[in-house]
Design a protein around this ligand. Structure first.
Ligand SMILES: Cc1cc2nc3c(=O)[nH]c(=O)nc-3n(C[C@H](O)[C@H](O)[C@H](O)COP(=O)(O)OP(=O)(O)OC[C@H]3O[C@@H](n4cnc5c(N)ncnc54)[C@H](O)[C@@H]3O)c2cc1C
Length: 391
């Protein structure tokens, strides 16, 4: 049977193996632990179950949905750029329903239907080596610590918990309000305000579209925005990012690399001229506004940082996976799109939803690939059964 190919085959196998995933929870050594139950973690768990690999999924959220639970209320299923199906269950289509309701419901249905062994809220704090096994320390919702041992680990922690804001002098003195994408309060809270939206990606453009009717806007980007001029060549984008991570360089964001297109929802913003009036990055934040290198000053009431995210990998630090360049070198899998998931320094660790697989479509493919990598390691066919990093 073609593994993971057909929905029927997977469903039958999941029934047989769901129980295996739950067996001996908390006892002995797990064959694998998945950290994070977003798109990438659920896909990985699904394929691990399919292979009968005993594992559990630890997720920091109080309920299903991964990062989608926390997206702002005005982001509808019509606004998202397209959410790929989890393996074996079609994703909700474009609609007016908020993504932070539709996708958690979909993920919850997926977990139930396939009997995925998700434990939550469990936040992994540290992953350390212990005599060739991985020692995983976590906190539950009441702050109680627990420790699990596992042979392999699939990291699927996404980026939402790693908001990035550039360091700009004066930020602490600003008297207005500052938000990041993760805390975007919606257009009503910013109505009548003069708002600086910082960032050149899709989120910034969506915010400008939403705020154009009720707020006075400044758009600020570090580099000229990459307007999309034709269809996105997804393979080229992913291949470029993959080429980075297999060299151990920090990954760039897929979403930012696909370029920005304007949708009907951004029409009011386009008419207001905010896109043409774009400003370069300011050099200082003042108590009441912003100052540029050429002396220009603008008063603003709020700064909205749509400046992206960094992968959430701090809990893996004790394993010393990072290269001097700050990335995690992944093993190249020739001929496989989004196939690079296994750490070169420590083949017990797979990273999914990272680098080339940091999109909903990539997350599914990487989940499948990670399960293959785990199986390979457990059967002794990994590159090495011990990590190759220096002590
Ligand atoms: C604003 C925005 C819009 C986007 N829109 C699209 C889109 O339209 N289409 C698209 O394909 N992609 C989109 N993406 C990218 C996409 O959301 C992700 O790449 C994709 O959902 C993969 O999810 P994930 O499973 O890697 O991570 P997440 O959905 O972030 O899930 C990670 C999970 O890990 C948990 N976690 C984190 N740290 C720990 C820890 N230490 N211990 C335990 N659990 C932990 C989190 O709580 C979360 O449940 C968007 C991203 C952003 C930021």
């Amino acid at each position: 049977m073609k593994r993971g190919g057909g929905r029927v085959g997977l469903a039958v196998s999941a029934e047989k193996t769901a129980e295996a995933g739950r067996l001996e929870a908390g006892e002995g050594v797990w064959d694998s632990l998945v950290v994070g139950a977003g798109q990438a973690g659920l896909a990985a768990s699904r394929f691990l179950l399919h292979k009968g690999i005993r594992h559990t999924v630890l997720d920091a959220e109080p309920g299903p949905g991964g990062a989608w639970r926390n997206r702002w209320d005005s982001l509808s299923m019509a606004d998202v750029h397209g959410v790929a199906d989890l393996p074996g269950l079609p994703a909700p289509k474009a609609s007016a329903e908020p993504a932070n309701r539709a996708l958690p419901a979909y993920f919850g249905e997926y977990e139930r239907r396939f009997g995925l062994p998700v434990e939550r809220p469990v936040t992994v704090r540290r992953v350390e080596d212990e005599d060739g096994l991985l020692r995983v320390t976590s906190l539950d919702g009441e702050g109680r610590e627990s420790v699990r041992l596992t042979r392999t680990l699939v990291n699927a922690t996404g980026t939402w918990r790693g908001p990035f804001v550039p360091a700009v002098p004066g930020a602490g003195e600003f008297r207005g309000r500052q938000f990041h994408t993760v805390s975007y309060p919606g257009p009503e809270a910013l109505r009548g305000k003069r708002v600086a939206v910082v960032g050149g990606g899709a989120s910034a453009v969506q915010f400008l579209g939403e705020l154009a009717e009720g707020s006075e806007l400044l758009w600020i980007t570090r580099r000229p925005p990459q307007w999309r001029s034709g269809p996105v060549d997804g393979l080229a984008v992913v291949s470029r990012i993959e080429a980075h991570v297999v060299r151990g360089l920090p990954p760039e964001s897929i979403v930012s690399d696909t370029g920005i297109g304007l949708r009907p929802a951004e029409e009011a913003a386009r008419r207001s001229g905010v896109f043409e009036r774009r400003l370069p990055m300011f050099e200082r934040i003042l108590p009441e506004g912003l100052r540029w290198a050429d002396g220009r000053e603008e008063r603003v009431d709020a700064i909205l940082w749509a400046t992206g995210f960094r992968p959430v990998l701090g809990h893996l630090a004790p394993l010393g996976l990072r290269t001097p360049e700050g990335g995690i070198e992944l093993r190249r899998e020739p001929g496989l799109v989004q196939g690079a998931t296994t750490s070169v320094r420590d083949p017990r660790i797979s990273l999914v939803g990272y680098g080339p697989s940091a999109s909903t479509i990539g997350a599914g493919r990487a989940g499948r690939r990670a399960a293959v990598s785990v199986e390979r390691f457990l059967s002794g066919r990994g590159a090495s059964s011990a990590p190759s990093r220096e002590a």
